[in-house]
Design a protein around this ligand. Structure first.
Ligand SMILES: [Fe+2]
Length: 177
């Protein structure tokens, strides 16, 4: 009979997943920073790209703590989010909605990461890796802070993205009830 998988196995597998996802997010954030027009948004992307590089480092520490090699496992969820972002970037390039779309994609990334780090932190605690739980929590708090900042910035972008002169064309002005 195949050996029963344990929570420890699940922890290691998820760690490999988020290691891949985090590295992808560093690239995506750098790309987003280049594309962003809005100053605060660009700044938020740049800051979080640096933070995310440290988060990758923190993950290597967690691998060390559990005595396993730091390996990345393709995370299809993050790949999907990033490829949607790339499509959106092309489709909305130089449009008034471009920054809003970028912020939305970044929030999808953050929410994925928040879900993963939340789980990993809990599992680390259950498995008796207090130090790893602490490291994972530091990252979790950074992701939540970034998400909240993006929500705040999105409000000003969305307001800026609906200029007075962008009136709907005649006959299409009324929203469907
Ligand atoms: Fe991250």
């Amino acid at each position: 009979m195949a050996k029963q998988k344990t929570l420890h196995d699940a922890f290691y597998e998820t760690l490999k997943d988020v290691y891949y996802a985090e590295k992808q997010s560093v690239k995506a954030l750098k790309k987003s920073a280049k594309a962003a027009e809005h100053d605060e948004l660009r700044q938020a992307f740049e800051t979080h790209a640096e933070e995310s590089a440290q988060q990758v480092e923190r993950l290597t520490q967690v691998f060390e703590i559990i005595g396993k090699p730091a390996r990345a496992k393709t995370c299809e969820a993050m790949q999907g989010i990033v490829s949607e972002m790339e499509e959106d970037l092309e489709e909305f390039e130089e449009s008034p909605a471009a920054d809003a779309v970028l912020a939305a994609c970044a929030q999808a990334v953050e929410h994925y990461e928040i879900a993963r780090y939340g789980t990993l932190k809990t599992w680390a605690g259950q498995l008796g890796y207090a130090e790893a739980a602490q490291l994972l929590d530091e990252t979790l708090q950074e992701e939540k802070k970034t998400d909240a900042l993006l929500s705040k910035i999105a409000e000003s972008i969305n307001a800026a993205g609906t200029p007075e002169d962008a009136e709907p064309s005649k006959g299409k002005g009324k929203k469907a009830a």
